[in-house]
Write a protein that binds this ligand. Structure first.
Ligand code: AMP
Length: 195
């Protein structure tokens, strides 16, 4: 059965990596607002130019923009379910997502927090940038230790309150994000199978 899930956690927690695995193993559709915004950034549209500056500073772009992006993608539907990766990031976005899903006669089946150790995160980000560089791939402008500190601050200030929000709704599951990639994937699978 199709399941809709949110992967929550700070930048570098492994949300994108785990989402990609779920796409491959379960045919789910990954909706990453970060990927959508990076695509908008490189497209050179008016919206892209507006968001580029904000993203490069490690701040959050406006709720209206990201909610609009998600709304567009949701209408296409996903027989295997959606994985929300990097969205919602504010309480307003969380409310909007609930409303959008309700309008489609759908709901969230699980909200999974990848619990990680902050100290390890900056190391992961630097490694991600090095690997991209070595592979001749573009390096994210916000994958530097300086911008990362601001992204982490934005997470604690604006996104971490969502943990309480979903806990209160009864849908929050926690997974050890510091475990090996396969072990994290197995823990997520367990949550999904009982959701
Ligand atoms: P990510 O790839 O999820 O780390 O996102 C990269 C950047 O895109 C963030 O630092 C924000 O500037 C922006 N961004 C991504 N998703 C959101 C969102 N849901 N709300 C606001 N800004 C976002």
């Amino acid at each position: 059965m199709a399941k809709n899930i949110i992967l929550l956690g700070p930048p570098g927690a492994g949300k994108g990596t785990q989402a990609q695995r779920l796409v491959e193993s379960r045919g789910m559709v990954q909706l990453s607002t970060g990927d959508m915004l990076r695509a908008a950034k490189t497209s050179g549209t008016e919206m892209g130019k507006r968001v580029a500056e904000i993203m490069d500073k490690g701040q959050l772009v406006t709720d209206e923009i990201v909610i609009g992006l998600i709304e567009e993608k949701l209408t296409a539907g996903a027989p295997g379910g959606f994985i929300f990766d990097g969205f919602p990031r504010t309480l307003k976005q969380a409310d909007a997502l609930g409303d959008l899903l309700a309008r489609m006669g759908q709901k969230l089946d699980a909200v999974i927090e990848l619990v990680v150790d902050d100290e390890a995160l900056v190391g992961r980000i630097v490694k991600r940038a090095e690997e991209s560089r070595a592979a001749g791939q573009p390096v994210r402008a916000d994958d530097t230790p300086e911008v990362f500190a601001d992204r982490l601050r934005a997470y604690y200030k604006q996104t971490a309150p969502l943990l309480g929000y979903y806990y209160a709704k009864g849908g929050l599951a926690q997974v050890d994000g510091m475990a090996a990639m396969d072990a994290v994937a197995a823990s997520i699978a367990k949550v999904l199978d009982r959701a």
